[in-house]
Design a protein around this ligand. Structure first.
Ligand code: G3P
Length: 225
C-alpha cells in the first residue's frame, strides 16, 4: 500500500518527503484554500518539492465535462503528468472518459459507495478515492466500503486502483491496509501517529543505556573508525 500526503502545505510536505516513504500528494479545493496562496505558484512549488517521479493529484473546480477537461489540460501544462481529481457526477464521468482520451490521468473523488466506484472505474478512472472518516462520521462503515470496492475490482479484473482518503486515525489506515487498497492519502500529522508506540521509545532508551554502560560515550562509528 502506498502513502500519499493529503495536504497543500509546502513545509509539511517537504518534511514528510524527507522522512517518510511518500508516493505523492493529493489536494482538494478545501486543502488548497487553507494555504491562502497563489494557486499557480502553489502547484509549481508542489511539483518542485515532490519531484517529477511522485504522483500529484489536483482537483478540478469545474462542473461541466468540457471545462473539466480544459482545467486538466491547463494543470498538465503547468506541472506535467498528474492525476485530475474529478468528483463523481454525471458530468464528471463524461469528463473522465474525455480526459483519458486526451492522456490525462483521473482520480474520481468524493466516492461514498461501491456502485459509484464501479461506474468511475468503467468510465476509465485510474484511481477512485473513497472517503473513510466521513462515512464513519455518519455511522456508516468506511473500511467496509473500501473492502467491497477492492473485492469488486478484483472480481472483475478492473485495473482501477483504490486511493482511500479522509482519515482521522491510525486504526482506520491499518484496517484499510488489510483490505488490499492500493494507496491511502493522509494528513502529515498522521504519518507521525502511524510510527508512534511508547514501547519503541522504551526500547530505544534501553539500547542507549546498555550501550553507554559498556562503551561510555563512544559511538559505533568511534569504535570502528
Ligand atoms: O482527499 C479527500 C480528503 O481530503 C477528505 O478528507 O478529512 O476532509 O474528510 P476530510
Amino acid at each position: 500500500m502506498l502513502y500519499l500526503i493529503d495536504s497543500a502545505n509546502l513545509d509539511a510536505i517537504r518534511t514528510c518527503c524527507e522522512f517518510y516513504p511518500v508516493a505523492g500528494v493529493t489536494t482538494n479545493p478545501t486543502i488548497v484554500s487553507r494555504e491562502k496562496s497563489d494557486f499557480r505558484e502553489l502547484l509549481l512549488a508542489l511539483r518542485q518539492i515532490i519531484g517529477p517521479e511522485r504522483m500529484l493529484h489536483v482537483q478540478t473546480t469545474a462542473t461541466e465535462a468540457e471545462e473539466i477537461l480544459r482545467e486538466g489540460e491547463m494543470i498538465r501544462s503547468l506541472v506535467g503528468d498528474f492525476y485530475l481529481k474529478i468528483p463523481i457526477t454525471r458530468e464528471g464521468l463524461k469528463a473522465t472518459t474525455m480526459c483519458k482520451k486526451h492522456g490525462i490521468g483521473v482520480t474520481m473523488t468524493a466516492i461514498f459507495t461501491q456502485p459509484q466506484a464501479l461506474l468511475a472505474a468503467r468510465a476509465g478512472a485510474d484511481f477512485v478515492a473513497p472517503y473513510i472518516n466521513r462515512l464513519d462520521n455518519i455511522v456508516s462503515d468506511g473500511v467496509r466500503v473500501v473492502e467491497e470496492i477492492v473485492e469488486i475490482f478484483t472480481k472483475y479484473s478492473i485495473p482501477t486502483k483504490v486511493l482511500a482518503a479522509s482519515f482521522k486515525n491510525a486504526e482506520q489506515v491499518h484496517k484499510v491496509a488489510i483490505t488490499g487498497a492500493h494507496a491511502v492519502t493522509i494528513n502529515p500529522d498522521l504519518f507521525d501517529t502511524l510510527i508512534y508506540h511508547p514501547l519503541t521509545y522504551y526500547a530505544i532508551d534501553d539500547f542507549s543505556k546498555d550501550w553507554e554502560m559498556a562503551y561510555g560515550d563512544k559511538k559505533v562509528s568511534d569504535l570502528l573508525g
